[in-house]
Each structure stands twice: as structure tokens, then as C-alpha cells.
Design a protein around this ligand. Structure first.
Ligand SMILES: [Zn+2]
Length: 333
């Protein structure tokens, strides 16, 4: 598969099957009027959507998108008049934004152009906004492509999902992320390998972490919190639960991190230390693994999964964390 590059960086990294499918749709004039790209955060959904927007509006006749014509460049900079990205920064998509989209669509399009609307994180759209968009999906105007992104299709109205072609993106293989970091961002092997493993195949996360220390500092902070929880008694654990519950928006990532830690302990215990995620802490993982039985580690993983599920279902974060900490074993035992 050949994907165009901008300043040496491919427009899309990985997801070859999805790129091929979109290319085939373009080549045979069988594009859908609406797509839904699903997958975990920072996996490349918006990049793929921008790829399709470029392919539709590229000024070159061959090898579209070229990545370098004025249309491709404008799309990359968010300056193309026919390509809109909605909801990327906002905490939700509101009905006014959908009404504005509908108003624009109703104006006659420039001859031969494609209007592309990329609606990011549509699971955060208000019910009113989702219902309003339904009208556009039911009567798709010509030469308009809507691309919705969401973490899971199940988080959207079934009536919306059924009107979209759904492409479910999966995390990339860790070695593909590592190679991309080395080849296109010049990250040295050791760091690229660590970031790729920590990313769990989410290329966007790995790229950001390679230039932004804050993500790794955050990881440090929450690994220390886990350590603290394990060596404290009931009272200490309760106050830690209260403290952590003050930032509920970071909890999904924190639970992922803690799961990676306990999975590493399990790998270490079963002689598979080569597959660790937290490779920069290999010695610590090996030491810690000796403190717990496989049964305790397994129970912990289950408890973290349960807490993550509960927070998703709007159980109070403080309660979910408190229950989780009480289920965790004591590191001194
Ligand atoms: Zn182009």
C-alpha cells in the first residue's frame, strides 16, 4: 500500500485495509454518503477521515490524495472551505452545530466539489444533535460525505449507525508503532519501543507522548498512586480514593494503566517478561511479581475492569475506586 506523505510523514499510519477499502470506493465510484469510524481514542480515526476528505478534493488526477496540492495542504491546515471538522476540541456536539451544517449543505455546492463533514467523538453529541443529524442521514444530499467518529458504535443511536458504513479500527501492532516512531519522528529505539508498548497500538498517543513529557509524567503519577494504595491500610486507601475521584475524566486512562501494570506482573510470573508493557520498569515488575499469587493478580485485573465499567455506567468514581482499593491485596503481606 502506498500512502502519500507530508514532510515525510504518511497521511495515515497503519489501518491498511481501511485505506484500501476507501481507495477502492473512490476508484469505482462506490463511496458511501456516510461513514462511521470507530475505535479507541488516539488510534487514527480523524487522520483516516482527513485522508478521505483529501482524496475527494485532491487536485491531482492520479494517486489521490497526493498530500501536496493546494487542496490537500489546506485540508491538513483546516483551511479548506469544503471540509469541516466538528467536535474535535469541544466536550460535546450540540444541535446548533448540526443546524449550521444543514444550513451549509442546503446551499448549492460549487460545481464538481465535495463537501466533507467530519464529526468527531459523536458519542458525545447531545441527543438533540444526534436526532437532528438523522434527518440529513435519511436524505443525503449529493456530493456530501459525512464521516462520524466514535469509540464504539454501541454508544450511538442504532438509527444513526445503520445509515453509515462502519469501519472499526483496531490498535496497530506495537512493532508497527515503534517502527513509525523511529522512521518518521526520529525517536531512538529504546524510547520508541517503550512508547509503542505504552500506547497499546494507539499511534496518536505514541506520537504525542514522543514530544510531550506530560503524558509520561501523568503515567508516573498514577503508578505511584497505585503503589501507595497497595502499601496502605483501609483508611489510607479510602482517602486516596477520594483524592483520585476529583479528576474523573482521567480515570479511564488510569484504569488502562493499572491493568497494564497487573498484566505485566502476570507476564513476569509466568516467565514472559519479554512481552512486558512497562519495559522501563522491568526490574520493579519482576520484584513486585514475587509478592503476589497468580490468583491475587487475576482478581486485581478483574476488579479494575469492574471499576472501569462502573465509572462508565455513572457509578460515583469515589465509590468505584474505594471498592477497587479494598479488593486489592496488601503489598506487605
Ligand atoms: Zn492533493
Amino acid at each position: 500500500m502506498v500512502v502519500a506523505t507530508v514532510e515525510g510523514i504518511p497521511l495515515v499510519i497503519g489501518h491498511e485495509w481501511a485505506v484500501d477499502l476507501l481507495k477502492h470506493g473512490l476508484a469505482t465510484d462506490h463511496l458511501s454518503h456516510a461513514y462511521l469510524f470507530t475505535g479507541p481514542p488516539r488510534i487514527g480515526k480523524t487522520s483516516l477521515a482527513l485522508y478521505l476528505a483529501r482524496a475527494l478534493n485532491c487536485l491531482n488526477l492520479e494517486g489521490r490524495p497526493c498530500g501536496s496540492c493546494s487542496a490537500c495542504l489546506k485540508i491538513g491546515k483546516g483551511l479548506h472551505p469544503d471540509v469541516r471538522v466538528i467536535g474535535e476540541q469541544e466536550s460535546s456536539i450540540k444541535i446548533d452545530q448540526i443546524r449550521e451544517l444543514q444550513r451549509e449543505i442546503s446551499l448549492s455546492p460549487f460545481a464538481g466539489r465535495w463537501r466533507v463533514y467530519i464529526l468527531c467523538n459523536f458519542q458525545k453529541a447531545t441527543p438533540e444533535a444526534a436526532n437532528c443529524l438523522l434527518k440529513t442521514l435519511e436524505e443525503p444530499p449529493p456530493r456530501v460525505v459525512l464521516i462520524l467518529t466514535a469509540i464504539q458504535a454501541e454508544m450511538l443511536l442504532p438509527t444513526i449507525v445503520s445509515r453509515c458504513q462502519v469501519l472499526n479500527l483496531r490498535p496497530l501492532p506495537v512493532d508497527q508503532v515503534q517502527r513509525a516512531l523511529q522512521a518518521h519522528w526520529g525517536i531512538e529505539l529504546r524510547q520508541a519501543s517503550l512508547l509503542a508498548r505504552l500506547s497499546g497500538g494507539r499511534i496518536g498517543w505514541a506520537i504525542e507522548a514522543s514530544s510531550n513529557d506530560a503524558l509520561l509524567r501523568k503515567r508516573e503519577k498514577y503508578l505511584v498512586a497505585l503503589e501507595q494504595a497497595l502499601c496502605q491500610g483501609r483508611t489510607g486507601r479510602m482517602s486516596l480514593a477520594q483524592q483520585l475521584s476529583r479528576e474523573p475524566q482521567v480515570l479511564p486512562d488510569v484504569f488502562d494503566l493499572w491493568q497494564s501494570w497487573w498484566r505485566d506482573l502476570m507476564l513476569a510470573k509466568s516467565g514472559n517478561a519479554h512481552a512486558l508493557t512497562n519495559i522501563d520498569r522491568e526490574q520493579m515488575v519482576l520484584n513486585e511479581a514475587q509478592h503476589y499469587t497468580l490468583g491475587e493478580i487475576w482478581a486485581c485485573l478483574r476488579a479494575i475492569q469492574r471499576a472501569a465499567q462502573q465509572v462508565k455506567q455513572n457509578v460515583s468514581p469515589r465509590l468505584a475506586l474505594a471498592v477497587l482499593f479494598l479488593r486489592m491485596p496488601c503489598s506487605s503481606s
